[in-house]
Design a protein around this ligand. Structure first.
Ligand code: NA7
Length: 537
């Protein structure tokens, strides 16, 4: 006997849809959410300038044509508050609030083979049992703050962008140090520079950033687009990254340089990152082809930033475009022309310590009133390891994955029956349009549970051999591309001591969906289904 059919961990895009989809399939469900609001990533990352780098028409649920038609996005790229409003609308429209428990952090999930249930414990001291657990913990929810000597002595406030005070921060007249120049740092920097007396940007690695060309979404444009939304979603489902991208169909290296330059310039003027990665067939496969994009982007930096030394320091040189998340900003590079902004190279002169009045690098000291860490996350595995997950025989997930994460189809780990991971390692997840991938996973999980219940099965577990074969395929595809060729959170390089592993499936969300569907059609090939049934209260 179990209290519930399914416990969902998290109430971001995954948890919200999982509650709806699983309840619609007749299951009893409860989602636990650590925050005091829904939204997951978009609840926590409320720093100024936070904005999605996938267009709003793509970064939205496709499961309900009615929702799709009734909701209006105001901008091409949605800002964090608007995404939250959207998720609130979804939760209200589909009656999900009663099934989401806020302010409750899941601390442990333990499999009990006897009754075939999970016991899920929460930080309020309570626990529930469930037939299934769906991990919707997000890939970027376990924040990383560098261990800098003396940080505890700093007299001013310091912030991590993903735990931004809800009431906001007033940097007016302040000297602010920003550490981190990834997607987040590049978004928050111009916002701080607009008000601060001085902004010091401490850069360890320069990143590529392309313009958003963000703009309001006009009513007429929206109306026309929405007429063919269904067809558009279908194209997205069959695409590589989960967003339809028009490529030239040609190889960059077989295209005359002037023609290539024209294609890149058109894409630069149109804005967005994915059109660059998909412009030519060889961009993410051949370094020399990728270099043509990289050099184009470096030229744009050089023509934007007035001080040539600063411009050169801002030019990424050591990794292919796209191997780190391609950042997007309309004003980051131009910001360095402001007199109140200084770029500090902490690659050549690393940060040594923080002292009460500021920060010291190997070359200089900087008097600061506040420090902002945009230093990212212990990605993908961090949020799962933060929960004491124990599968068959009491084995901890963090032990099972000590040498790197493994999951069959990126959705289920051998040794952890009846536990599903949404957009986990081995799935397109973080290298795709997350909302599209989340929906695909949730629907696959719903269908799997329905199949089990209907077929008189109590358990489903990934076979170790199928899992190994899958992860080998994931690795083989990854290493035929340039995606793993950077020290990024994609490979865990940002966390000291973390085993290096590139686990996203980069073969395309279309082919991934086909593989998942084929596994289901073959009676969940590669999974062992255990007989029995578990009743719920
Ligand atoms: P990222 O992309 O992991 O960026 C983190 C940044 O912080 C990056 O520039 C890092 O430099 C820098 N960093 C991290 N640790 C340190 C230390 N110890 N010292 C100096 N600099 C450091 O995180 P974001 O939040 O920007 O973006 C995460 C994802 O959110 C993004 O990819 C999108 O998918 C949305 P490094 O490059 O490691 O040298």
């Amino acid at each position: 006997m179990a209290d519930l059919d399914v416990v969902v961990v998290g109430a971001g895009f995954t948890g919200i849809y999982a509650v709806h989809a699983l309840r619609s399939a007749g299951l009893t469900v409860r989602a636990f959410e650590a925050g005091d609001g829904i939204g997951g990533t978009w609840f926590w990352n409320c720093y100024p300038g936070a904005r999605c780098d996938v267009e709003s028409k793509d970064y939205s649920y496709a499961f309900s044509p009615e929702l799709e038609q009734e909701w209006s996005w105001s901008e091409r790229y949605p800002a964090q508050p608007e995404i939250l409003r959207y998720l609130h609308h979804v939760a209200g429209k589909f009656g999900l609030w009663p099934h989401i428990q806020l302010n409750t952090r899941v601390t442990a999930a333990v499999w009990d083979a006897g009754p075939s249930t999970w016991t899920v414990s929460t930080d309020d001291g309570a626990s529930v049992t469930a037939r299934f657990v769906v991990m919707g913990v997000g890939n970027l929810s376990e924040l990383a703050v560098p261990d800098i000597p003396g940080l505890d002595t700093f007299e001013g406030p310091w912030y991590h962008t993903s735990r931004w005070p809800k009431e906001g921060v007033d940097f007016n007249g302040k000297r602010v140090g920003l550490i981190g120049t990834g997607s987040t740092g590049i978004q928050v920097a111009p916002e701080i520079a607009a008000v601060a007396e001085h902004l010091y940007v401490f850069q360890r690695t320069a990143n590529f950033a392309v313009p958003n060309r963000n703009r309001p979404w006009e009513d007429a444009e929206e109306r026309t687009f929405k007429e063919s939304y269904r067809d558009y979603r279908e194209q997205a489902r069959k695409s590589i990254l989960g967003v339809p991208v028009a490529g030239t169909g040609k190889a960059a290296l077989e295209t005359p340089a002037d023609e290539r330059e024209q294609v890149y310039m058109e894409r630069w003027k149109a804005g967005g990152g994915m059109p660059f990665l998909g412009a030519y067939t060889d961009v993410m496969f051949v370094r020399e082809a990728n270099d043509t994009v990289a050099e184009f982007m470096r030229d744009r930096i050089r023509e934007t930033v007035a001080d040539s030394e600063v411009a050169e320091l801002l030019c990424p040189k050591n990794f292919p475009v796209g191997a780190k998340r391609l950042c997007q900003s309309d004003d980051y590079y131009a910001m360095f022309n402001q007199p109140n902004v200084t770029l500090v190279d902490i690659r050549s002169a690393p940060v040594e310590s923080v002292y009460p009045g500021g920060l010291k690098t190997a070359a200089n000291s900087y008097e600061l009133d506040a420090i902002v860490f945009a230093t990212g996350f212990d990605a993908i595995t961090g949020p799962l390891f933060a929960i004491d997950i124990r599968g068959t025989g009491g084995v901890a997930l963090r032990e099972a994955w000590a040498r790197g994460p493994r999951a069959y189809l990126g959705v289920a780990a051998a040794g952890f029956p009846n536990m599903f991971i949404v957009t986990g390692p081995g799935s397109p997840g973080v290298l795709s349009n997350m909302v599209l991938s989340i929906e695909q996973h949730v629907e696959w999980i719903r269908d799997c549970i329905t199949h089990l219940t209907g077929g008189g099965y109590a358990t489903v577990e990934a076979d170790p051999a199928a899992q190994e074969t899958w992860m080998e395929l994931v690795t083989e595809i990854a290493y035929s591309t340039l995606f793993p060729m950077a020290d990024s959170w994609y490979v865990g390089a940002n966390i000291p001591g973390k085993p290096r592993a590139f686990t996203p499936y980069v073969g395309g969300v279309g082919s991934y969906r086909e593989r998942c569907d084929a596994v289901a059609a073959a009676g969940y090939e590669g999974f062992t289904l255990g007989p029995g049934s578990v009743s719920t209260a």
